[in-house]
Each structure stands twice: as C-alpha cells, then as structure tokens.
Design a protein around this ligand. Structure first.
Ligand code: 3HC
Length: 402
C-alpha cells in the first residue's frame, strides 16, 4: 500500500467507524447519514456506502490493529460492523452490507424508508433571515433565488448593503456564465428587503436565524422573535453548536422552534439538517421539509445533539488531520491523499481554511464536551492558529496563506 493511501485510510477509517455507530444507535437512518456527508460536504459517497464498497472486514481489521496500538475508543471497530460481518453482510462484494445490492445498484430492503406523505405543513409565502455574515447572506440568497420574498435583518445599514452586494455579485457571475439573464437576476434582487430593526419580521411565515454562535445573543434574539413574530410563524435556527431546546425555552412557543442547519457555502451545498428538539411540532418539521424541497435542498433529520450528523463526523476527522500534520505529515500530502484516494472535493486543510479555524475550534470543543473521547481534544496547532488570528481564508491566512 502506498504511503499516501495509508495516510488517507488512517484519517478516513475512524470516520467510517463513527458513521457506523451513528447508524447503530439509531441517531439517524443510514440514508440520512450518507446523504448528510454527500450533500453537506460534497463527498462522492456517504460513509456507510464507502464501508460497503471497501468491505467491512477490511475496515474492521485495519481499525482493530490500530486500536491495539492506540487504545483510542474511536478506533475500536463499532458493534454495527461486527454484527453485520457476523450476519454475512460484509459489503457490496457479498451483495449486502449496510445496504442491499443487485450488482452495483442499491436495492430496497426492510430498512428502506417509505416515502413520507404530505403532512400538515404550514404555508410559507414569505421568509425572514436574521444575520449578515457568510451563512446568513447565503441563506437569504437561497430563498430569494427560489422565489421567496425575503426580509433580512442586519445590525447596521452598511451590513444590510453588504448582504445585497454579495448576492448581486453571485448573481452577476451566473449572468456572465449565461445561466440566468439580467431580468432574472433583477427579480431575485427585487425580492430582498433589508432592515436594521427586528420589528420588520412581524409578518413573515418563517424566520431563519444565522447570527453569532453566542448563547446570550441568541437567547435574546429568540425572546425578541417571540415578541415580534406573528402567531404560527416558524422560528428556525441554523446554529451548529448550541442546544435548540435552550433557544426554544426563550419563547412561549417551543413547538414552533426548529433547527435548520445549512452548510457553507449555503447557495452551493445542497444539505439542510432538520433538527428536532423534544417539543418541535410535527407540522413544523413538515413545514421545514417542504421548504427544503421548494428550495431544492436535501433535508436529513436528526435529534438535538452536539454536531448533529455532519459536524460530528467531519470535525474529528479534521482534527485528526491536524494531529497528523503536527506529527510531520505535509499539508499538501494530506490534502492530496484525501482528494486522490477518496475523491473529496477538498482536503482537510483546504476545508478548514474555508470553514474558519475559529469555527472549527468552537465545534470541536462542543464535541469534546458531548462525547468525552480524549482524542477529540482540539489539536494544539488549531488553538495556536486561532490565538494568532489565523482563521483561514477570511483573514487571509490559516493553514495556508491567501
Ligand atoms: N457562494 C456562492 N457560490 C459559490 C461559492 C460561494 N461562497 N463558492 C463556490 N461557489 C460556486 C461557484 O460559483 C461554482 O458555481 P458555478 O459552477 O455555478 O459557477 C461552484 O460553486 C463550484 O465552485 P468552484 O468551481 O469555484 O470550486 P469547486 O469546484 O472547488 O467547488 C465547493 C467549491 C463547492 C466549495 C467545493 O469545493 C466543496 O464542495 N467543498 C466542500 C465544502 C464543505 O465541505 N462544506 C461543509 C463545511 S462544514 C459546514 O459548513 C458546517 C458548519 O456548521 C461549519
């Protein structure tokens, strides 16, 4: 095996193992685990499909050897893998593994989800967005491009203008490429209403919050939305690290509060994780699922737990990559190994610089607090870069210089 292949496998196998455990503990369906990674991170295949492709025994043996050396529980082959092997479901070559196959094709089996019928979704004609950062601006764009009038609220007039300018820039690129005409671009911009006062959200059917990941600020926002928004409005948060139940508790309508976790860049990544906290109403979940369909997003469902599906799988892998680098692996060698052998759209260091090292550190701290595996401790180099203000592309320097 080449060094490059071994490097890629060393980073990817613990992630595959973790995906198996998510399935085994019924945190999410196998389809949602796989769709999460495909549509949230642009991967060519989800982790459970990859396990089937490589063969469960190969992955189990490699992990077991690694566990014998490291003692890290993340390397111990998950019971799901052992169980499926014992049942003869060793992967695609055997015609069955996590999925069931006919040749190369996945075929329906007893775990295949039935098509969900239309529930009692609430009608959504207008959308509100709170925030003006990268995520907020991308989310405003998603809704406006798909025909929804959007009222967005930023803290200052300059920030209101910056969101519109960013969207105008993205639309101009689409016009240049001949994908839309100027009339369509103008129509999208015509659907935007910027405001600096939250009171502007009084009449919208759903608000998507995408402000700073600070609990005090978000709590205050939810109390405000409760005061301002009309009865029946859905209150969605795109938090990636805070408890949705805590935010819901700031309102007198916890049944209307739901998580809608978008991915960066929101106009491009097709995934939305729909997060159901204990008291979210079924009609609210149906409304959000419908809204995802009408904005051409793929929705996956999961419960209110740190990292949800994608971040919980992604960030430990990114952290492992930083540790490999600390131990001498070159940035280009690691990124190259992952893109070459697994076909990811970008390697871990390129992605960390896109996501932002500060965001990565905050998510890793949350994951460590939730799952308590010592090996989830954020790599010292990540802390160092954040301390030095090297946050990634947004500051011009992160793991690489831009
Ligand atoms: N806004 C709008 N459009 C953008 C964009 C942005 N910020 N960045 C790229 N695009 C568009 C480009 O215009 C291009 O569209 P076009 O073909 O219609 O012109 C398309 O995306 C592809 O872009 P490029 O050809 O420039 O570059 P790539 O082919 O390398 O694709 C990528 C860029 C889509 C970002 C791809 O590299 C990718 O899928 N990367 C993985 C990203 C990822 O994993 N995101 C998840 C991070 S975790 C997260 O968000 C969770 C949070 O809680 C932290």
């Amino acid at each position: 095996m080449s060094d490059s292949r071994a490097l890629a496998d060393a980073l990817v196998f613990p992630y595959l193992n973790h995906a198996a455990s998510m399935f085994e503990e019924q945190y999410a369906s196998r389809e949602d685990v796989d769709n999460g990674m495909r549509f949230g991170c642009g991967l060519p295949a989800g982790p459970l499909a990859v396990l089937d492709e490589i063969g469960l025994e190969t992955v189990r043996d490699a992990l077991a050897a690694r566990f014998a050396e490291s003692g890290d529980p993340r390397h111990r082959p998950d019971p799901a893998i052992e169980r499926l092997i014992a049942e003869g479901r060793t992967g695609k070559a055997a015609g069955k593994g996590f999925y069931t196959y006919d040749g190369d094709e996945v075929v329906a089996d007893e775990l295949t989800p039935s098509q969900v019928g239309q529930g009692a979704a609430r009608p959504v004609k207008t959308v509100g967005v709170v925030g003006s950062g990268t995520m907020a601006s991308g989310i405003v764009e998603v809704f406006a491009v798909n025909g929804f009038p959007v009222t967005y609220v930023a803290r200052t007039g300059d920030k209101v203008d910056a969101v519109r300018a960013q969207i105008a820039k993205n639309l101009a690129r689409q016009v240049d490429k001949g994908r839309i005409d100027q009339g369509q671009a103008d129509a999208v911009l015509g659907r935007l209403t910027g405001a600096t006062e939250r009171e502007a959200l009084g009449d919208v059917d759903i608000v998507v919050e995408a402000i700073a990941e600070e609990i005090g600020i978000k709590n205050q926002l939810f109390a405000d939305l409760d005061r301002i928004c009309k009865s029946g409005a859905v209150l969605a948060t795109t938090t990636s690290s805070l408890s949705i139940a805590d935010l819901a508790a700031q309102t007198r309508r916890p049944q209307d509060v739901v998580g809608m976790h978008f991915f960066n860049p929101a106009p491009v990544m097709k995934l939305v994780e729909v997060i159901n906290h204990a008291t979210t109403g079924q009609d609210v979940l149906d409304t959000v699922q419908d809204l995802c369909r009408s904005t051409r997003k793929v929705a996956v469902s999961c419960a209110d737990r740190s990292g949800f599906i994608v971040n919980a799988l992604l960030f430990p892998y990114l952290n492992d990559a930083i540790r490999a680098h600390e131990e001498g692996a070159e940035l280009d060698a690691v990124d190259g190994a992952i893109t070459e052998h697994y076909g990811y759209p970008m390697g871990p260091f390129a992605l960390l610089d896109v996501v932002g090292n500060d965001v990565a550190l905050a998510i890793e701290e949350e994951l460590l607090a939730e799952f308590e595996h010592e090996s989830l401790t954020p790599a010292p180099l990540l802390r160092e870069l954040v301390g030095a203000g090297k946050l990634g592309r947004k500051t011009g320097e992160g793991f690489r210089t831009y």
